[in-house]
Design a protein. Structure first.
Length: 261
């Protein structure tokens, strides 16, 4: 059974989420005790996870699909700082009384998930970061977005997303675009400094040549996260959408593994 609700953040922003699957009990045969929280990318909504959410529920997982602020059924906000997206994910978990979760995030949602795992290491058991653009490090060349034509992968992703999920495109608060670009232009040394704080087993998914993850910065991130590995796909920016079977083959075993101690 699926329920749709909203929950307020401390800033008073209503965050929408869908809750599917039974609330599991540790030690129950065939049921995994840790809920999975799925977080979409910029310009989308939780509907992008419908197929994967059903697969998780069929395997005994409780699944929560979140709409980020300014997306889907969640409220719009005056501010769209990256750390606020991460804090919203943590607050949804806190409001629902969740003390241990697996986090899966795509693009902006993957960055938000990484921030949640940094600021609340004990909350996150498994962390899956799919095609999240990595912040600049101090000394990295500035990323220039102004007057730049979109790349073919970016155009393909935007066009196909609009066709497949028009509701998400119309609900998206486009005022956050400028804020996001400005944040991407600036180095984020704090994010890099806090990578060693991540306690979760971490799986980073990179889309290969059609993706948006810088491979050199990815090497640095993997070296800094205590328990991390990377899977590279021959796909574009949305692996879970365009290479669903390959995505499931990599992610499901990672999420379904129980603790051994």
């Amino acid at each position: 059974m699926e329920t749709s609700r909203t929950t307020p953040t401390r800033a008073g922003i209503e965050i929408a989420y869908r809750d599917s699957g039974e609330s599991s009990v540790p030690g129950t045969s065939g049921v995994h005790p840790v809920p999975v929280v799925l977080v979409h990318g910029m310009g989308g909504d939780g509907g992008t996870w419908d197929r994967f959410a059903r697969a998780l529920v069929a395997r005994g997982r409780r699944v929560l699909v979140v709409d980020l602020r300014g997306h889907g059924r969640s409220a719009r906000a005056a501010s769209y700082l990256f750390e606020e997206f991460g804090a919203d994910v943590v607050e949804v978990c806190d409001n629902l009384g969740l003390t241990r979760v697996d986090l899966v995030g795509h693009s902006l949602g993957g960055h938000a998930a990484s921030l949640a795992a940094q600021t609340r290491p004990g909350l996150v058991r498994r962390l899956v970061i799919e095609e999240a653009p990595l912040p600049l490090r101090p000394g990295d060349p500035e990323q220039v977005f102004a007057n730049r034509l979109p790349s073919l992968p970016e155009l393909w992703h935007a066009t196909t997303s609009l066709i497949r999920h028009p509701r998400a495109a119309f609900a998206f608060d486009r005022s956050m675009t400028g804020s996001a670009l400005e944040q991407f232009r600036r180095p984020d040394p704090l994010w890099w400094d806090r990578l060693p704080d991540i306690e979760a087993d971490t799986l980073i998914l990179r889309g290969g040549l059609g993706g948006m993850v810088d491979p050199r910065r990815l090497e640095s991130a993997v070296a800094a996260i205590p328990n991390c590995r990377v899977v590279v796909f021959r796909s574009g920016h949305s692996i879970h959408r365009d290479r669903y079977d390959d995505f499931v083959a990599a992610v499901l075993p990672f999420l379904m593994k129980l603790e051994t101690s």
